[in-house]
Design a protein around this ligand. Structure first.
Ligand code: MN
Length: 718
């Protein structure tokens, strides 16, 4: 275990200005707080956080990170509250410790391996400060180093699997190659010890046989570069057992010679030098086809840059070579941090490395310059998502702003359809509640429930919205079907005929429909009339029916359940069944006008003419608009509608009498009349007239304009 003085000296070596007192206090505090707790190894528990801090000093991380590492298990494993840490070490460190504690708690919630990808995203999203993630990774690294002390094999395997699935990719994502390789190898050791041992044995054998093969190849490549006048540093090593194993699995080959599993690296001073080094190699050695990769022009998603190539190299050995600049090399080993160090113009210099972490953190804190920092964007990538748990610990990823209904649909369509309420973290919340990262959501459902059109207003996922809309359409269709069936059967009965399924099925082709139900729906919605269908089924009836002057409409009186499709008895297409409908009092829409509906919570739908001034107030609420059109259903075609006129009439004897005579003569019926302004010369008034449709009202307006007593006449709008 790292002694107190050693730890402080290590941090001082790269940060001479570090607050030694704080480090000393934290060291003593953590020793006392964990007291007599023990690790599986028998060591005192506090040796663990101290080792974790030690690991992070190797990355030359800042004071706050080292303090957080020391204190990372305090809240979880002792009765020390976060407030105590704040009091002793400040709010900054307390927040970081709190972040690590939250990650540790989440860790316990999900043990299901298929959740790994979501879990990694959750970690990224929750680690808003990258230091939280760094401490968590170092914590896992130390736990893996001491994994052998855990006696239960099952537990060891579970931890190793979790490491492989969650922490290795996380380390890779932030470019911490050093952690990634060690975590990978430690997991491999637990999960497949036989494979690892056999690879190590084979490696040992090949090394003995090949002696200093690696060094000979390095020397030769160095000479190649020097002869071409290029300044370069060549290194080489045997790949890790896990990566050899992965290669063997992927290509289904065993390795026969050491060169199969050696990796060489050429570090140069600049990007043009890198391409020159590549040119030197490719002109001196045969190239293995398909192995060349240019990650300089197209970096990997985690920011990794290098040139990769495969050669039949010196002494006819197949080798792999990576070519990169020093900056790229730093980045490849340590990730995001290295990216910052070289911008300072002081690559690979002791005492400077921790700086880039500071700068990175600064950027994360203030989000001032995102395009300059790759990893920043990567964290951001997950900020538009929320990750929630089912009661069984599965993680559901949803877009930010999602509600419990979205969650229910994401779990299962049926659960969404029947959802009546939700509990989040044990408390009942409204369905429009916005889910937060880490929420545990329990959906309450009832078989009696069906999707509500209201849900569409606060659901954000495509799946939920599509299901709700589909349900509304289907429900509407089934109501139309019922109505259409009734209409058809009556119509046929009137003529002493029977509407059989077979007979109706025979005419589907004529109407380009797929099924009898569709035919019913078409009739119910007014796209087809009963008469059209009857004539199609019994073409012989044509002559006879044509003799009848009018269609006996009164016999097709709407059924009660058809009422709610209608506004004041006039059918409108596009309405949601079950919603109350009324005409706007501002514009008094008439059949023939272009119309839209505006949804009013609790009041149903108001029908406006498309040019009504009132609509301006709803410009910014597209979700409240519904497209409507007048149905051409024969039912209700003769119903009267109310239109409103604004008139200015001369104040002279017989003026008003004239007015009512003209309206009456043209088939209009005055139902209301109101004076809005009365002057010595003129009356200004509103007149409500019952008319058949918009065109009827236009006829009346024209007639009024031709009347001498009428000065102006307009339809009232808005
Ligand atoms: Mn720990």
């Amino acid at each position: 275990m790292l002694r107190q003085l050693e730890l402080v000296e290590r941090v001082k070596s790269y940060d001479p200005d570090v607050d030694e007192d704080a480090l000393n206090r934290a060291y003593v505090f953590v020793t006392n707080a964990h007291g007599h707790q023990r690790r599986a190894s028998g060591d005192p528990y506090y040796s663990h956080p101290i080792e974790v801090a030690g690991i992070l000093t190797e990355l030359k991380l800042d004071e706050a990170t080292i303090l957080t590492a020391l204190l990372h298990d305090i809240v979880e494993d002792t009765d020390t509250p976060v407030s105590k840490i704040e009091e002793l070490f400040g709010g900054h460190v307390a927040r970081l410790v709190d972040g690590v504690t939250k990650l540790s708690q989440l860790e316990l919630k999900s043990e299901r391996s298929k959740q790994a990808e979501n879990f990694r995203k959750l970690f990224m999203a929750m680690s808003q400060d990258i230091r939280v993630l760094l401490v968590k990774l170092a914590d896992r690294l130390h736990n893996m180093r001491t994994l052998r002390f855990i006696s239960s094999e099952e537990k060891r395997r579970r931890i190793a699997k979790e490491t492989m699935e969650i922490y290795v990719p996380l380390a890779e994502r932030i470019g911490l190659h050093r952690f990634k390789e060690e975590l990978e190898d430690l997991s491999f050791k637990e999960l497949n010890p036989d494979a690892r041992d056999s690879i190590l044995t084979r490696l040992g054998f090949l090394k003995e046989k090949g002696e200093d093969l690696t060094q000979r190849i390095i020397d030769r490549l160095n000479r190649d570069m020097a002869e071409a006048g290029l300044e370069a540093w060549v290194s080489g090593r045997i790949k890790t057992p896990f990566s050899i194993w992965g290669k063997m699995q992927k290509r289904n080959v065993a390795f026969e010679q050491l060169s199969d599993i050696m990796a060489f690296r050429i570090v140069v001073k600049s990007v043009p030098d890198a391409y020159q080094a590549l040119g030197i190699l490719h002109s001196r050695y045969p190239v293995v086809p398909g192995r060349f990769k240019d990650y300089i022009s197209t970096p990997k998603p985690n920011g990794y840059k290098s040139l990769h190539t495969g050669l039949i190299g010196p002494e006819q050995h197949r080798i792999e070579v990576q070519i990169r600049t020093r900056e790229m090399h730093e980045f490849a080993e340590l990730g995001v941090a290295a990216h910052w160090s070289y911008k300072e113009g002081v690559p690979n210099t002791d005492g400077r490395q921790y700086r880039w972490v500071r700068e990175l953190l600064d950027i994360l804190d203030h989000a001032s310059d995102p395009e300059e920092f790759l990893e920043h964007t990567k964290l951001e990538m997950f900020q538009d998502q929320v990750f929630c748990f089912t009661p069984r610990g599965e993680i559901i990823a949803l877009p930010r702003g999602a509600c419990p209904v979205d969650f229910a649909y994401a779990v299962h369509s049926d659960l969404g359809d029947t959802c009546v309420g939700a509990k989040v973290n044990g408390r009942v919340v409204p369905l429009r509640y916005q889910l937060q990262n880490g929420d545990q959501v329990e959906v309450m459902n009832s078989r009696a429930q069906t999707p509500s059109p209201d849900w569409e207003k606060f659901c954000v996922t495509g799946k939920a919205r599509a299901r709700i809309r589909r349900f509304i359409r289907q429900k509407k269709k089934s109501e139309y079907m019922e109505l259409g069936r009734e209409v058809l059967h009556r119509k046929f009965k009137e003529e002493g005929l029977e509407a059989t399924e077979k007979g109706l099925a025979g005419v589907l082709g004529k109407f380009r429909l797929d099924g009898v139900d569709d035919l019913y729906a078409e009739v119910g919605s007014g796209n087809l009339t009963g008469r059209e269908v009857m004539l199609a089924v019994f073409p012989g009836l044509k002559e006879e029916i044509r003799k009848q002057k009018t269609e006996p409409l009164e016999k097709l009186k709407p059924k009660p359940q058809a009422k709610h499709h209608r506004a004041n008895g006039i059918p409108i297409d596009g309405l949601i069944p079950g919603m109350a409908v009324h005409y706007a009092q501002c514009c008094h829409p008439l059949r023939g006008d272009r119309i839209v509906g505006i949804v009013n919570t609790g009041k149903g739908v108001t029908v406006h003419t498309i040019d009504c001034e009132t609509l301006e107030a709803f410009q910014d609420m597209p979700e409240r608009w519904i497209d409507l059109s007048w149905s051409d259903d024969p039912e209700g075609a003769s119903d009267m509608q109310m239109g409103r006129l604004h008139l200015v009439v001369a104040n002279e004897p017989g003026g008003l009498g004239n007015l009512s005579t003209v309206i009456g003569k043209h088939g209009g019926n005055i139902s209301n009349l109101k004076f809005t302004n009365r002057k010595p010369d003129f009356f200004e008034m509103l007149v409500d007239v019952e008319v058949r449709d918009a065109k009827h009202l236009v006829d009346i307006i024209a007639a009024l304009r031709a009347t001498p007593a009428v000065s102006t006449v307009e339809r009232q709008r808005g």
